[in-house]
Design a protein around this ligand. Structure first.
Ligand SMILES: [Ca+2]
Length: 124
């Protein structure tokens, strides 16, 4: 409830006070990623890349996906946890770009991830 006071300009002024009920609608805020772009380097024996994590101010459950069909042959993502992995590590020096989508059921946001595979780069 908000107290509203109306006053006219006359002297002496007349005032009237009324209580008004204001309904605040809870507006859904879109999710967002802290970083627009992330890069990772993994070795040839690893398939796990990272766990992407978008932020939703409303605390909505977010669903993660890979929108680009051609990337879906290469990468997999856990819709609930955001865990991103190669389906099969390519096993050769190469760099891949993949876009991740986070969806709160109404709005979505995207994050670009670059994954570089290094063959032998991690051996001692
Ligand atoms: Ca939301």
């Amino acid at each position: 409830m908000v107290e509203v006071t109306a006053m006219d300009d006359d002297t002496p002024g007349l005032t009237d006070t009324q209580l008004v009920t204001v309904n605040v609608t809870n507006v859904n805020e879109p999710p967002y990623f802290n970083d627009q772009m992330l890069s990772f380097t993994i070795d040839e024996f690893t398939t796990d890349i990272t766990i992407v994590q978008a932020i939703d101010e409303d605390g909505d459950t977010l669903t993660y996906s890979i929108p680009d069909i051609s990337s879906q042959d290469i990468f997999g993502i856990d819709a609930m946890t955001g865990a991103l992995a190669f389906i099969n590590n390519p096993g050769e020096d190469s760099t891949y770009d993949v876009q991740i989508k986070a969806d709160d059921g109404e709005f979505s946001t995207y994050q670009d991830i670059t994954v570089t595979v290094e063959v032998g780069g991690f051996e001692s």
